[in-house]
Design a protein around this ligand. Structure first.
Ligand SMILES: [Zn+2]
Length: 208
């Protein structure tokens, strides 16, 4: 069930939209969890931002189309250590910059001048929900383990090693501090937390 928007207008007109679906409505995400009836709540906001101190070749301040996405859900995945199912909370916050063409997006990704924003290609008919799904999938850890497994694993040592980069069930979502860059206006109260968190995000390095 796609959620179609004109992404360029969505940004230019500073629109916001939110919704709720089930994991089963997102087929690729459904492949990552055993519980398909879990709700997925999502929020999106578009805006045009003028970058302080950055100018194009004509000397005009550079502007970007920004798409802010947030999503919350709970996935059920098997622990890599004991094999028992565990709840993995998902609390997504993404900052994306919308480009006209694949070439422009690729160039932006190569430059990595602003790695707080991941480049995407916009469209007049753009599936917002598919992008939310994509962002969740990109943020998912490759594997998960219980902080303390419910049942001891016979073969493991008494002090199990946590594999670097893996998430734990009770790891609290990180609350990033606000970056006081002064260029954010906040027209959407409900996305205030998203914008604050996003402002300090460093972004993914390996989008492609
Ligand atoms: Zn376990």
């Amino acid at each position: 069930m796609p959620v179609w928007i004109d992404l360029f207008r969505f940004c230019e007109e500073g629109r916001s939209q939110d919704g709720e679906c089930l994991v089963r409505d997102l087929p690729r995400l459904g492949g990552e969890t055993a519980e398909l009836s879990a709700p997925v709540r999502w929020q999106a906001a578009g805006r045009i931002e003028t970058l302080a101190g950055v100018y194009d070749e004509q000397g005009a301040p550079r502007r970007r189309r920004a798409l802010y996405l947030a999503a919350q859900t709970q996935l059920t995945r098997d622990c890599d250590r004991c094999g028992q199912p565990m709840q993995v909370p998902v609390d997504l916050r993404s900052r994306l910059e919308v480009f006209d063409t694949e070439d422009e997006a690729d160039a932006a990704a190569m430059e990595a001048a602003d790695d707080e924003f991941d480049p995407i290609v916009g469209a007049r008919k753009f599936d917002l929900l598919a992008q939310v799904e994509e962002e969740i999938l990109l943020e998912l850890p490759a594997g998960v383990t219980h902080e303390v497994c419910p049942q001891p694993v016979a073969s493991s040592s008494t002090a199990p090693q946590r594999v670097a980069g893996q998430a734990t069930a009770d790891a609290a979502p990180q609350e990033a501090p606000v970056a006081g860059d002064g260029r954010t206006v906040r027209p959407f109260a409900q996305l205030d937390a998203l914008l604050k968190a996003g402002a300090a995000q460093t972004g993914r390095k390996s989008k492609k």
